[in-house]
Design a binder for this molecule. Structure first.
Ligand SMILES: NC(=O)C1=CN([C@@H]2O[C@H](COP(=O)(O)OP(=O)(O)OC[C@H]3O[C@@H](n4cnc5c(N)ncnc54)[C@H](O)[C@@H]3O)[C@@H](O)[C@H]2O)C=CC1
Ligand SMILES: Nc1nc(=O)c2c([nH]1)NC[C@@H]1CN(c3ccc(C(=O)N[C@@H](CCC(=O)O)C(=O)O)cc3)CN21
Length: 273
């Protein structure tokens, strides 16, 4: 969720549909400020869920901004889990150019951080070379271990299961055994899904979206991840050592829509057994 009031209201509406303790990520975008980020994390806690506030390295103007944010999170009891991510600005706004630099600052444990999510890219990243992504991922795994922090890899969302399955294989092949949560789009309007895919450099060509369950020639209506999840489950089950792999939902169509969808999906799975 973002720090916007509409997302807090949406979470409140979705709350009865979600298991207690569900991890809810709270963004760190350019159009939010500290108060909004803290208010959103606080709302997540008050509704009985686990906030995972994002710390966007390249958006930080100073070390003081980082420590002020971490201190404010700790103060409300929301600093245990964070998502440490690079951030989209083409040039860093302050001292941190990457999430590895934030992690290596050694500041996180001083503010009660125990568990750090980091980003993964099954399809690569439009502006970052693949060897750089791997080197940084391995660096983060090492630094987290050195600081006795647990790690989780949270992937960019996608519509194509093939790159996801082969990327999980590669992560394990490099000896990284962190739990992996596959970024999965919640049900949302097709236009909205396509726009977010474009914005973040995620593959959504005619073939991929057809497999996912919609068509580029009919943008009316919504699309959910039913087929994506089923296929991914089959692909990973066929691998020997996928390890701990789960899902993370990006709720582009809202938390309530995704929560309702998840309940119905689970019910259908149960009925089919
Ligand atoms: N908010 C979210 O849920 C997600 C955001 N992202 C975005 O993906 C990008 C990479 O994130 P991380 O893997 O954490 O990167 P990172 O901080 O680990 O950086 C990896 C390497 O790429 C460089 N780099 C980082 N961000 C860059 C950018 N925007 N443009 C050019 N070079 C960059 C860094 O200097 C470093 O060498 C960021 O733009 C991030 O915001 C990716 C996935 C999810
Ligand atoms: N490279 C990259 N950068 C990101 O910031 C990013 C990713 N990838 N991958 C997916 C997640 C999801 N992100 C999201 C998801 C939803 C909204 C969102 O709902 N935005 C509101 C407000 C739009 C605005 O004012 O900017 C919306 O109603 O669309 C924003 C960012 C950010 N994320």
């Amino acid at each position: 969720m973002t720090g916007k009031q509409k997302d807090i209201d949406d979470l409140r509406e979705a709350a009865p549909l979600l298991p207690a303790g569900t991890r809810v990520n709270v963004t760190f975008l350019g159009n939010e400020n500290l108060e909004m980020r803290i208010a959103a994390s606080k709302a997540v806690l008050e509704l009985g869920f686990t906030p995972v506030p994002h710390v966007s390295a390249r958006r930080l103007h100073s070390e003081a901004e980082l420590t002020e944010f971490l201190a404010a999170l700790q103060e409300i009891g929301a600093s245990k889990h964070i998502f440490s991510v690079g951030g989209d600005p083409a040039e860093p706004m302050g001292p941190y150019g990457s999430s590895l630099e934030v992690i290596q600052s050694g500041l996180l444990p001083q503010y009660g951080v125990e568990d750090v999510s980091i980003a993964g890219y099954p399809e690569g990243h439009p502006d970052i070379a693949s060897d750089v992504l791997w080197r940084e991922l391995e660096g983060k795994a090492v630094s987290l271990r050195e600081q006795n922090l647990s790690g989780v890899i949270l992937t960019q969302f996608g519509f194509d299961t093939d790159p996801v399955a082969s990327w999980v294989n590669d992560v394990r092949g490099r000896g990284i055994d962190f739990p992996i949560r596959i970024g999965t789009p919640g049900p949302a309007g097709i236009k909205r899904l396509i726009n977010f895919a474009k914005r973040f450099g995620v593959g959504a060509n005619a073939m991929i979206v057809k497999k996912y369950g919609f068509s580029l020639t009919n943008l009316i209506g919504t699309a959910g991840p039913d087929k994506f999840i089923t296929e991914l489950g089959d692909l990973l089950a066929a691998k020997e050592s996928a390890g701990d792999v789960g899902l993370h939902f990006y709720t582009f169509g809202g938390m309530t829509a995704t929560s309702k969808w998840a309940q119905e999906f689970t019910a259908r799975q149960e009925a089919a057994k």
